[in-house]
Design a protein around this ligand. Structure first.
Ligand code: FAD
Length: 531
């Protein structure tokens, strides 16, 4: 964006600072309307926050950061950008937990979405999470796009309710995860978070405020879900709720053989094993596991064994040393503490029968549901205390079709990680069901009925993330050479051709929707799809 952003009615101090920050080559000028002119901040601290993210790889400095107190103010901003003769780029920033600058806007405007949640503002405007019930939808929550999932959980739990589909980590915003998909160990059964949204309020790239659902303004609804912020800014989402379970049996069982491990995972997510959506808390039983994931324990430095009882840690360590790689199947079974503490153990026995894990390597925890869903918070604390949280994250998230997972495992885990000792970071690997995704949505996934989520959540130093990035590229090249029809999740590409390949058959629709809802290419420039 080549412009100097000058809100007309700001104080002299602000105007001076804006001049310093926004001076551009061509010096074009954009004047936002009077009623939002005092919502821009340009102090170094604010600009610094908006020019960084969880990845710590990309840094793009915006001209200014917008702090809205209502959806209307966001609409006013976008509309004035749309009507301006100056090209202006606007990025909604949720919690900035992207890893490649997706929520940044070089020389443009970043909207600090969390300003909508400012306590002073909420005292006047009221909570931005509300729970209701309707005959057609059952229970649901209307939540601001800026809300963190942890807050959605805490609030809905006070009503004995909770969403059904999650991400592993809950300090992410609703608008941020719905722009991607929102996946975790519940996805095989309930679909990603984007499959559990009844309705949204969206401000399009023309500044129009539109309520959309599968029935009303459906093109925008499907565009926005998994739409990488390209079509509009989500200011409210209506999320499906169910009676919340109270407690969780949380298990990790260990394998030394990948084909046995993946066969068992696939069995646990198969439709024979699961039976759709439960309607009451007591019916959490007889539905198979509620959560199925998996991860690797690697002989690359001491593995994180904090989940396991202390006395068992030495024998788990020995197993990892002996095999170099151990596959950890992680499952959870929800239950209601009043009705089912004994029944749930019996159900677990049935569910685990016939699984081929290493005998004696089954570990069970019994925890409150919030401790299970918010499990990554303690890992965050541990990493923060070691200074290992705010560092570069050259992550790789790939969806691999089920038919190729054995070959992928052998080439990447067996060869690159085990033999060449490429640092793998935290590796998640679990299958999920395609039929829980809606193909009309923008999110892209492989063609097969079952595909694996493979996340290599690697962190690096500031001076060697490029080395890690090169290894990621090597893995992707290998997949291409092997003819694996993978799709990237939370993807980052540098050319439009790569994006076109990524979207495949959906590219034409994606482009049409962009032309319809954000014809001037104002929104989410940090995804570098149309810029
Ligand atoms: P931001 O980084 O702020 O924004 C992401 C994109 O969405 C940007 O393009 C932005 O412009 C756009 N955007 C933000 N808000 C809105 C809005 N209201 N309307 C429209 N567009 C908007 N993902 C999973 O699916 N499953 C996981 O288990 C998971 N675990 C994670 C764990 C950690 C520690 C981290 C850092 C990330 C994880 N993610 C996971 C990825 C995460 O879902 C995405 O990075 C998500 O975008 C983060 O949300 P955010 O609010 O920080 O988004």
């Amino acid at each position: 964006g080549n412009f100097v952003l000058i809100p007309k009615y700001l104080t002299t101090v602000f105007i001076v600072s804006i001049f310093l920050v926004g001076l551009s080559e061509e010096g074009t000028t954009f004047f936002p309307p009077k009623d939002i002119a005092d919502k821009f901040r340009n102090d170094p601290e604010t600009l610094k926050l908006a020019s960084t993210d969880y990845g710590h790889i990309v840094h793009e400095i915006p001209a200014t950061v917008f702090h809205p107190t209502s959806a209307n103010e966001i609409a006013t901003l976008v509309k004035s950008a749309y009507n301006s003769s100056v090209p202006i780029k606007i990025a909604a920033r949720g919690h900035g937990h992207s890893v490649r600058g997706q929520a940044m806007s070089r020389n443009g405007v970043v909207i600090n979405m969390t300003a909508l949640n400012d306590p002073d503002h909420l005292r006047k405007a009221g909570s931005r999470i509300s729970v209701s019930r309707s005959p057609s939808l059952g229970f649901y929550a209307d939540v601001g796009g800026e809300q963190l999932w942890i807050d959605v959980l805490q609030t809905t739990l006070t009503h004995g309710l909770a969403p059904v589909s999650w991400t592993d980590y809950l300090y992410l915003t609703v608008g941020g995860t719905l722009s991607n998909a929102g996946i975790s160990g519940q996805t095989f059964r309930f679909g990603p978070q984007i499959s559990n949204v009844h309705e949204m309020d969206v401000i399009t790239g023309k500044g129009d405020f539109v309520t959309c659902s599968a029935k009303v303004n459906s093109e925008l609804y499907y565009a926005v879900l998994g739409g990488l912020g390209q079509f509009g800014i989500i200011t409210r989402a209506r999320i499906a709720l169910e009676p919340a379970p109270k407690r969780v049996k949380w298990l990790r069982i260990l394998y030394t053989n990948f084909s046995q491990f993946s066969k068992d995972q696939e069995r646990l997510i198969s439709s024979n094993n699961i039976n759709g959506r439960s309607t009451t808390s007591s019916s959490h039983k007889n539905y198979g596991f509620d959560y199925v994931e998996g991860s690797l324990l690697l002989n690359q430095g001491p593995p994180d064994l904090s989940f396991y009882p202390k006395p068992d840690q030495p024998r788990i360590s020995s197993l990892v040393t002996k095999y170099g790689i151990v596959f950890c199947l992680e499952v959870a079974k929800y239950y209601d503490d009043h009705t089912a503490p004994i029944t749930v153990d019996k159900e677990l026995e049935v569910l685990l029968k016939g699984l081929g894990f290493v005998p004696g390597f089954k570990f069970v925890k019994d925890v409150a549901v919030v401790d299970f869903l918010n499990r990554v918070a303690s890992e965050e604390q541990a990493l923060r205390s070691k200074g290992l949280w705010d560092i570069p994250h050259p992550w790789l998230n790939i969806f691999i079709p089920k038919s190729r997972i054995l070959e992928f495992e052998s080439a990447v885990f067996g060869h690159m990680i085990l033999k060449e000792n490429i640092p793998a970071g935290l590796v998640l690997i679990y299958p999920t069901n395609r039929n829980k995704w809606n193909d009309k949505m923008s999110a892209v996934i492989p063609e097969e009925d079952v595909f694996y989520v493979v996340s290599m959540l690697r962190s690096s130093g500031y001076n060697n993330w490029e080395e890690f990035d090169a290894q990621n590229k090597m893995i992707l090249k290998l997949c291409v050479r092997m003819g694996i029809k993978f799709k990237l999740y939370l993807s980052h590409y540098e050319t439009q051709e790569d994006w076109r390949n990524h979207f495949g058959l959906k590219w034409a629709t994606f482009q049409d929707r962009k032309a319809q809802f954000d014809p001037k290419h104002i929104l989410a420039p940090g995804q570098t799809i149309f810029n």
